[in-house]
Design a protein around this ligand. Structure first.
Ligand code: ATP
Ligand code: MG
Length: 236
């Protein structure tokens, strides 16, 4: 579904992505792992059209995305849950969700709102509340819900577990799996490699702008380097 080929991104002189290639198959959950500063968010920004690649190509079902502005990419079916769960702080939950549907012209927005409330009942209870006063976990739910309101075919998630307690992390990952089972393909950026690999089929490990390991999630869970560096295990 998504194909990224030999992608190079620069911030001025800084060569942040040094020719990365990967693919996300339709219907899959693919994990993009890596430490701080590896280039995960940069990759996501390139796919969503916020950053333009100097070299390389990004395709969605064969269509080249290079050069398209972010709103066009949303209307082609790619929605993003940005790092740090940015929601519109002064708007209510309902208004935030409606903003997520801005690119749509169809009449099924109310239906999708119900679907978001079914995934996150907490948001329904708090639909009139101003987003800035939601807890961190609730804001993450809202950020995911807002992205779903675009009815994406491909959902990009940037560290959804960041800053959340273990119970909520479990719940968010279960919901990500549900969203996938309802038909949305997912690219999941995470530092929490253990959780990400538990729901993904395939994973890529990014290190200072290069993909250094790629394999099935199952193999990555067994891989010694991955276990040592990213799963926090002592490998003897
Ligand atoms: N706007 C920017 N200007 C200059 N350099 C940047 C900018 N944004 C990111 N970088 C650099 O690009 C590299 C990759 O950053 P990126 O945000 O993609 O990392 P990341 O893998 O998402 O890390 P984290 O897990 O900490 O979020 C880093 O060295 C970072 O300092
Ligand atoms: Mg990041």
């Amino acid at each position: 579904m998504l194909e990224v080929k030999d992608l190079h991104i620069y911030y001025g002189q800084i060569h942040a992505l040094k020719g990365i290639s990967f693919a996300v198959a339709k219907g899959a959950i693919v994990a993009l792992l890596g430490n701080n500063g590896a280039g995960k968010t940069t990759t996501l920004k390139a796919i969503s059209g916020v950053l333009q690649p100097r070299e390389g190509i990004i395709r969605l079902e064969g269509q080249v995305l290079n050069g398209l502005p972010p709103h066009r990419i949303v209307s082609l079916g790619i929605a993003t849950v940005p790092e740090g769960r940015r929601v519109f702080q002064r708007l209510t939950v309902l208004d935030n969700l409606e903003m997520g549907a801005y690119a749509r012209r169809d009449g099924e927005i109310a239906e999708d709102m119900e679907r978001v409330f079914a995934l996150f009942p907490r948001l329904k209870e708090r639909r009139k509340q101003v987003a800035g006063t939601l807890s961190g976990g609730e804001q993450q739910m809202l950020a995911i819900g807002r992205a779903l309101m675009a009815r994406p075919r491909l959902l990009l998630l940037d560290e959804p577990s960041m800053g959340l307690g273990p119970m909520l992390v479990e719940q968010i990952f279960e919901t990500i799996r549900d969203i996938n089972q309802q038909g949305t393909t997912i690219l999941l950026i995470e530092q929490n490699a253990a959780m990400a690999l538990s729901i993904a089929q395939r994973g890529y490990v990014l290190e200072t702008g290069r993909i250094v390991i790629q394999d099935t999630a199952q193999n990555l869970q067994q891989d010694e380097t991955v276990r040592k560096l990213y799963l926090g295990e002592e490998v003897t």
